[in-house]
Write a protein that binds this ligand. Structure first.
Ligand code: KIV
Ligand code: ZN
Length: 525
């Protein structure tokens, strides 16, 4: 029951997706604008109610991507994050000027530890700061969400006071995050029950849960919050996010659907688009989904034990509480080859969750044909990798690479020559030596960087099966004080490694907001 009206509370849970904001904060999950647009389209098709597109005041890049998502004309509400300062709110206002449906999301910490050590503000100052921000935002936004950062460790009576003031100032959504992933399901249920009954509000004002996964409880806590009265859940695809991640969208949605008997709740999500959405996010972020991940992991519907296989063959429900097709796991893994035409290719892309404009489709089709010439069978994973490749944006492009390695019993050495082109300039050859091909490539690239480049992690894996499979190289590196991840895919794993490193150079360039002129080189051959 709603405490104010005594009306029964709605059984609709709003799905607020923050893959592009909190999710992007996970190490190595940063996306460029094109990648964010791709994800935003997928989220809209999935049927999420709100897309949190970014934090416009954080950087010019964030501002541009929130604006670009707003310009897409999607059905979902597009939301921008903001601190309480007016300049942040102005940035959200400007970035969402053209969005069809928009929301301003203001956050301010409320817990004693944040009040004392981070903000150095009293409770009263926090109340004043928050209400004045809501009043300021109301000039441009009907839809304002207010967050009490670290609500999980905030005194309940102060939360009631804070949210009551937010409602009175005109906020529509009251977000109660467990910022540090500390609370337990029974605690959060109690917290939401208390807020549901003590904050006076009209039916249109809803409570929202935003749970982090530090103790592996984010989904369980979100469900606990729903039991206590939350009608919005904030989550990310594949559960990506800061530290151990956020509540996983696919898990919470499928829990509500599969256990409708218990929760009696519905969402607007087309669950058959969950698996494609997971694949798209995994391929654009380069962040692999663990095989045993619930709902979307490779093994989520695989039955290994003979007794289980026997049971499933006799009657699927003996061991399956959901059907793979309910979450959009493709029933067959169609293999394409060099005789496959445009139509089959586009069909497969759409099945995998990629709806692309004609122009991009043509570019990809040419690449697909080239790939099919190099390897006999083109699998779904190869196609995803092709799409990922098209999102790599410059200014550096790898035109060619040649490697010479020598290995004898005592020694190993390699020399790499990279033909690199900076947008608008003629290509140049950069050479480096090292004790192996990747080390030689890194040394060649270091000639271009004016800061220290340090490779922290380097992994190569097969994208699909077979000895002609493409290799995916994932590199994590630091340049100066910033950390980046780059992915490259090719039938040649050395070329894949070089591409991954070039992606890192480009990410660094974009992050620095550098000029479009070719940087001063340390040395060039
Ligand atoms: O975890 C958190 O508290 C947040 C807020 C900004 C919503 O991400
Ligand atoms: Zn968060």
């Amino acid at each position: 029951m709603n405490a104010l009206t005594n009306a029964p509370m709605s059984n609709y849970v709003h799905i607020f997706d923050t893959t592009l904001r909190d999710g992007e904060q996970s190490p190595g999950c940063s996306m460029n604008v094109q990648e964010k647009l791709q994800v935003a389209r997928v989220l809209d098709e999935l049927g999420v109610d709100v897309i949190e597109a970014g934090f416009p005041a954080a950087s010019d890049g964030d501002f541009e991507s929130v604006k670009a998502v707003g310009d897409l004309g999607l059905n979902a509400i597009i939301c921008g994050l903001s601190r309480t300062r007016h300049a942040d709110i102005d940035a959200v206002t400007r970035s969402l000027e053209t969005a069809k449906n928009k929301r301003l999301h203001i956050f301010l910490a409320t817990s004693p530890i944040h009040r004392e050590h981070k903000l150095k503000m009293s409770k009263q100052q926090i109340m004043d700061e928050m209400t004045s921000a809501v009043a300021y935002g109301r000039q441009w936004f009907d839809d304002i969400e207010i967050t009490a950062e670290d609500a999980g460790r905030t005194e309940l009576d102060f939360l009631v006071e804070y949210f009551q003031a937010a409602v009175d100032a005109g906020a529509r959504v009251l977000n109660v995050p467990d910022t540090v992933g500390y609370v337990t399901p029974s605690e959060i249920r109690q917290q939401f029950l208390h807020l549901s009954t003590h904050v006076r509000r009209p039916d249109s004002v809803i409570l929202s849960a935003h749970c982090h996964n530090d103790l592996g409880l984010a989904v369980a806590n979100s469900l606990g919050a729903i039991e206590g009265g939350a009608r919005q859940v904030e989550c990310t695809i594949n559960g990506i996010g800061e530290r151990a991640g956020n509540c996983s969208l696919e898990e919470v949605v499928m829990a509500l659907r599969t256990r409708h008997d218990r929760y009696q709740m519905r969402t607007g999500i087309d669950t058959t688009r969950l698996y494609p959405a997971s694949r798209v996010v995994s391929s654009v972020t380069g962040s692999q989904v663990q095989p045993n991940k619930a709902i979307v992991g490779r093994n989520a519907f695989a039955h290994e034990a003979g007794i289980h296989q026997d049971g499933v063959l006799k009657h699927a429900e003996t061991y399956e509480i959901m059907r793979p097709q309910d979450v959009g796991v493709p029933e067959n893994s169609l293999v394409l080859g060099k005789h496959s035409g445009r139509h089959a290719f586009r069909d497969r892309l759409e099945n995998l969750g990629f709806k692309l404009e004609q122009e991009l489709l043509e570019v990809l089709f040419v690449k697909f044909k080239q790939l099919a010439d190099r390897k006999k069978s083109v699998y779904d994973e190869d196609i995803e990798a092709l799409v990922l490749g098209t999102h790599q944006s410059g200014p550096w492009h790898l035109d060619a690479i040649s490697i010479h390695t020598e290995v004898d019993n005592a020694d190993q050495s390699a020399e790499a020559s990279l033909k690199l082109r900076f947008e608008g300039a003629a290509p140049r050859i950069y050479s480096g030596r090292g004790d192996g091909p990747v080390n030689a490539i890194v040394n060649a690239i270091k000639l271009i960087m004016n800061e220290e480049l340090h490779v922290e992690e380097f992994q190569v894996s097969a994208v699909s099966s077979g000895s002609d499979a493409q290799g995916r190289a994932v590199v994590r590196a630091t340049i100066g004080a910033s950390r980046y991840q780059g992915t490259g895919v090719s039938t040649d794993i050395v070329e894949a490694s070089a591409q991954a490193l070039v992606t890192i150079m480009n990410r660094h360039h974009q992050h620095q907001g550098k000029s479009t002129a070719e940087p001063q080189l340390k040395a060039a051959v």
